[in-house]
Write a protein that binds this ligand. Structure first.
Ligand code: AFP
Length: 361
């Protein structure tokens, strides 16, 4: 497509809205505000060390609600998201990785129809090593009871309720990848114009792949289905899969999700036995859920191993979850391995097959 004919994000959203004559324009306005937040964060991230007064950076790290180190850029990005989106009359409340409780839009601004959930700077522990990081967001409808203040409970909606989801990736180029439920589209930031331009239309995740991503340093804590899957990949042509696999681990989920959208692959941060009190490392509402909507909209799949991420009913704002996503046939294979394991466990615990059971060898 010739450069001048590439629609901007604004044009794209206006054309989408024309398909919904009943729409009031709040969703478009909100997405454009989010895109502005991402542009501002891209600028700060791109300045790297230059963004910090000499000597200030290392002394100013704090700790967030989950006991994780908050980099100054996490805090700045969170502020940028709030300031860019709260005023427009499109939101009733926000929730973020960096805030312990939800944030109702202050009374001085009109209350809108939507809720915004976001991770302002995912992969921020990679900032110091100049690796791609990103922002992830999910848009839900606010409850209609307008006289009540928004609270945490209002955000506990399944991924199927998402109206839109997306991420911005701050890499060699800045891109915004978005779904409003009609496929997944990628927009590249034209830094001369300050505009996101549509560069990747109807992105599709390859159904098959020979590339997987997992933090293998946790392998001793993995559950049997994940061990089986990874062992089979590592066995390559000599193993049951009959083909060699490649492995990647960026430790920046947005970068992994983007790679998988572009060329297929499977990402796993499964539940493991490292810390039994945590049912996974990643967060359901602002990491897993939006990435799951994007994957499904692009023909891929996202699962805990047992159930589709988008079907999980959240119980807490900062809930953690096992997350496996990417090429459909691989994710389904991993789910099958979980089912087979569950079946083996059932057999194991059945009185007939138990240690002293009737049918025990
Ligand atoms: P940070 O935002 O603290 O860097 O965490 C990034 C992340 O949530 C996700 O983007 C990565 O996939 C995952 O953590 C990396 O985890 P490991 O530290 O286990 O590699």
């Amino acid at each position: 497509m010739p450069y001048s004919q590439r629609p901007t994000l604004t044009q794209f959203l206006i054309e989408e809205r024309r398909k919904h004559p009943e729409a009031r324009g709040q969703l478009n306005a909100l997405i454009l505000d989010v895109a502005n937040a991402c542009k501002a964060i891209a600028k700060v991230v791109a300045r790297g060390e230059l963004a910090h007064p000499v000597g200030s950076r290392h002394s100013s790290a704090t700790v967030n609600v989950q006991g994780e180190v908050q980099k100054p850029l996490d805090v700045i990005s969170n502020e940028v998201f709030i300031q860019t989106t709260e005023w427009g009359g499109n939101l009733a409340g926000l929730a973020s990785e960096e805030m312990e409780t939800s944030y109702p839009v202050p009374g001085k601004y009109p209350r809108g129809d939507y809720l915004l959930v976001f991770d302002p700077l995912d992969g921020s522990s990679n900032i110091d090593v100049n690796v791609s990081v990103g922002s992830i967001f999910s848009i839900l409808r606010a409850p209609e009871t307008i006289d009540e203040t928004i609270n945490d409970q209002d955000f506990l909606q399944t991924g199927r309720n998402q109206v839109a989801a997306g991420y911005a990736i701050y890499g060699p180029t800045t891109m915004l990848v978005l779904t409003v439920g009609t496929g997944v589209h990628g927009f590249t930031l034209d830094s001369d114009l300050g505009e996101f331009k549509l560069t990747h239309q109807f992105i599709k995740v390859a159904e098959d792949t020979q590339e997987f991503a997992i933090n293998a340093s946790n392998s001793r804590f993995w559950e049997a289905p994940i061990k089986r899957y990874v062992d089979e990949c590592l066995a390559g042509t000599a193993g049951p899969r009959g083909q060699d696999f490649n492995m990647r681990w960026v430790a920046s989920m947005v970068a992994e999700a983007h790679r998988i959208l572009m060329r297929g692959g499977v990402f796993m941060y499964p539940r493991d036995n490292k810390d039994p009190s945590k049912p996974g490392r990643l967060r359901l509402l602002y990491e897993a859920s939006p990435i799951a909507m994007i994957m499904e909209q692009a023909g891929g799949r996202a699962s805990t191993g047992n159930v589709a991420i988008q079907d999980v009913q959240p119980t807490e704002l900062h809930q953690r979850i096992a997350l496996i996503f990417g090429s459909k046939n691989e994710v389904e294979r991993i789910e099958r391995y979980h089912q087979e394991r569950n079946y083996d466990d059932e057999i194991e615990s059945s009185p007939l097959f138990a240690a002293r059971g009737l049918f025990r060898d």
